[in-house]
Design a protein. Structure first.
Length: 342
């Protein structure tokens, strides 16, 4: 991918630990309780746009018309909240969010996305490698794409890393597009596919991971490029709105993993903790979610919101709390007791 530099925004001087950078002016901040744990706090500062008004909740499955999953590779929640994110803040303020969600181990791109999109722990889906190795075949078992495809919905993946083709098993994903270019180009390709109609659309952006490896997670360059991708997300939302596709679409914005220094893949909380933001039909806006959320819950929530049956071997569960519901009142037949224990 072609590297580029963005000039960091004006930094606000804060009394933070010396191991953390200052936040760009006008952004939210988080606090770390210790060097070994990430416990962000968030106070919304951007009012939701009139065009991004959540649909009132109901007491049953919200029956979304479509599901859009946006995965921002390498996005740490505290990095998100220290960056200039007016467009993502619209989703946060108008929906529900957790800044302490967890990914799976190993906390690297391909295994984590396999869990995110299949609802299963690594021990079940078996994708432990993190390179494109077509000889090893495709991800087996049900995914959010196969469930939606079997229900007659169009399924699309638009990604910035070719190795994610491992998840696009033939007969489950109607259109797979690998874009070896900018995050702007990825979003433009996603909008081209969205205009053709979709039931499940997965969009994968890459810049934070790239800048994390090059300049370090939580570096000024890393924080600046998160703000850049906030604009890219805004382009995606605006394009969906222009095509009359925003209403009725459940949006989940999350990440595959975090990172520390210039690496990731360990059990370090900085690698394992990810943001999880949900907006759309039935979602109740309010303070950050406190219920434990795992990346496997992304697929389960999307399938449930579409009114489809969650496969019984999935470890993920729908995050019904985001819809103002009590988990005990929404029984689902999953193997959630496992919860991907390391």
């Amino acid at each position: 991918m072609k590297r580029f530099r963005l000039f960091p925004a004006l930094l606000l001087v804060l009394l933070l630990s010396s191991c953390l950078p200052a936040a760009p002016a006008g952004t939210s901040t988080v606090a770390l309780t210790s060097a070994a744990s990430i416990t962000p706090t968030f106070s919304p500062t951007v009012a939701p746009s009139a065009a991004l008004t959540p649909t009132p909740t109901s007491t049953s499955s919200p029956k979304a018309q479509r599901v859009l999953i946006i995965s921002i590779d390498g996005l740490r929640p505290d990095g998100l909240l220290r960056s200039n994110i007016p467009r993502i803040s619209e989703l946060i303020n108008g929906g529900a969010a957790s800044f302490t969600a967890q990914t799976v181990f190993p906390s690297v791109t391909l295994p984590a996305h396999a869990s995110m999109l299949s609802g299963r722990c690594v021990s079940k889906h078996g994708i432990t490698w993190d390179d494109y190795e077509p000889d090893k075949g495709y991800l087996q078992g049900a995914t959010i794409f196969s469930v939606a495809h079997d229900a007659g919905l169009r399924t699309v993946m638009v990604v910035g890393k070719e190795k994610l083709k491992t998840i696009a098993r033939p007969g489950t994903v109607d259109k797979f597009r690998f874009i070896s270019g900018t995050d702007e180009e990825i979003v433009q390709a996603a909008l081209e596919e969205a205009a053709k109609g979709f039931g499940v659309l997965f969009v994968h952006l890459t810049y934070p991971d790239s800048f994390g490896h090059a300049d370090g997670w939580m570096s000024a360059e890393y924080l600046s490029v998160i703000g850049h991708d906030d604009t890219v997300v805004g382009t995606l939302l605006d394009g969906l709105r222009a095509d009359n596709l925003l209403d009725g679409t459940l949006i989940i914005l999350t990440a595959d993993h975090g990172g520390h220094d210039q690496s990731h893949g360990s059990l370090d909380p900085q690698d394992m903790t990810i943001p999880w933001i949900i907006f759309g039909p039935g979602v109740v806006s309010g303070p950050p979610l406190t219920v434990p959320i795992l990346t496997t819950d992304t697929a389960a929530t999307g399938v449930w919101a579409l009114g489809l049956a969650i496969p019984s071997d999935w470890d993920g569960r729908p995050v019904v709390e985001a819809f103002g519901l009590n988990a005990e009142s929404v029984p689902v037949a999953t193997a959630a007791a496992n919860r991907c224990a390391s």
